[in-house]
Design a protein around this ligand. Structure first.
Ligand SMILES: Nc1ncnc2c1ncn2[C@@H]1O[C@H](COP(=O)(O)OP(=O)(O)OP(=O)(O)O)[C@@H](O)[C@H]1O
Ligand SMILES: [Mg+2]
Length: 341
């Protein structure tokens, strides 16, 4: 069986509703009425050992809720969930020893203690022999270049250093399955790269399975072969990143470098209008113009550009992945697209 298994996983939260006005407030105080908000609706997927999967969706899509069900922090309203062959909510020792959950916005290290002390405590909690614990701490801190920071109280560490220490704490027991909820949140680019490289190494070395959410697309493109996308609690895509681009982005981006500045053409306003005839203009900066052109119209559009404009350079690329993801999230038709595909 797969190492992570979710079948029709659903979570609804009761949310108190208050009628507007003073009367509403009073009534709310006396007798609350609730409505159910479905944060996650019948989400199914399976993940095999060693896979690194990106879990994408806009704010409020249900990512954290799903991760909480997969790690047993909350009980599903309905559906079946199994991780390393266990029911997460039972929080058995044999389950906890094999998984870890890292949340970018929540910390488990003790603020006033040096990270090293928290790490030693963690080692003891997981029943790791002291010598082995020391060895693992040395190994992890070397991989994360954090050796000289471990004796500092956690509150004195920078955000990036703290995140690295959190990762050390989360991985000390050498879990097979890593659930990472925005592990690079708020980190600068260098720290993001360091954490990313570290995760890739950990996956390589330990053959660990990783399910991670991130709003930084680079985390996903660099680490994940497969992505699962949810929107308003529902799964709308499960497959390769390339497949996602193909399915949801019917456009290519065409960038041209004009021989002369636009103003020299025939008055800026007019030229902007005539440029519209080649594709949807994304940006005009000096002599360089970017268009979005539908894939099926690409050849014709390029021929037209080359015939009618004086062009120094022309490149065709896929639009930035951020752009595609934004389109996926925006189009309410995403799930319809999926069904018709
Ligand atoms: N304890 C709760 N009680 C009521 N509603 C909740 C609770 N936790 C989450 N929700 C709601 O469930 C929905 C999904 O939330 P969730 O935190 O899973 O989203 P997310 O995909 O992690 O978003 P983000 O990218 O912002 O972290 C949201 O509408 C949220 O308001
Ligand atoms: Mg979240």
């Amino acid at each position: 069986m797969s190492i992570i298994f979710a079948d029709k996983l659903t979570k609804s939260y009761p949310v108190a509703v208050k009628e507007p006005g003073l009367k509403g407030t009073l009534r709310h105080f006396l007798r609350r009425t609730y409505k159910l908000v479905e944060a996650v609706k019948e989400v199914s997927f399976q993940i095999e050992p060693g896979e690194v999967v990106g879990f994408l969706g806009p704010n409020g899509a249900g990512k954290t809720t799903t991760l909480k069900m997969l790690t047993g922090l909350i009980h599903p309203t309905s559906g079946v969930v199994k991780v390393v062959d266990r029911v997460p909510f039972m929080r058995q020792e044999s389950f906890l020893q094999k998984i870890t959950l890292v949340m970018g916005q929540k910390q488990q290290l003790i603020w006033d203690l040096p990270a090293l002390d928290s790490l030693k405590i963690n080692g003891a909690v997981y029943g790791i022999p002291e010598k082995e614990s020391r060895r693992r701490i040395a190994e992890l801190s070397e991989m994360l270049s954090l050796e000289d920071k471990l004796t500092q109280p956690v509150r004195k560490l920078s955000l990036g250093e703290r995140m690295k220490a959190e990762l050390m704490a989360a991985l000390l027991h050498q879990p097979q399955v890593l659930f990472l909820d925005e592990p690079t949140l708020g980190l600068d680019v260098n720290a993001q790269v360091a954490v990313r490289d570290f995760l890739r190494q950990y996956n390589d070395r330990a053959g660990a399975t990783i399910l991670l959410t991130s709003h930084y697309m680079a985390d996903i493109t660099e680490l994940c072969d497969r992505v699962i996308v949810i929107h308003e609690g529902q799964l709308i895509y499960d497959g390769s990143l390339d497949g996602l681009l193909e399915r949801f982005s019917p456009y290519r981006e065409v960038q041209i470098e004009l021989a002369r500045p636009l103003a020299e053409l025939d008055g800026e306003k007019e030229s902007a209008i005539s440029l519209e005839s080649y594709g949807k203009i994304e940006s005009v900066e000096g002599q360089s113009v970017r268009f979005l052109v539908r894939r099926e119209e690409l050849t014709a559009a390029i021929a037209k550009i080359l015939a009618e404009l004086e062009v120094l350079d022309l490149t065709v690329t896929d639009p930035p992945i951020e752009e595609v993801i934004r389109l996926v999230f925006e189009s309410g038709s995403a799930s319809v697209d999926l069904q018709s595909a």
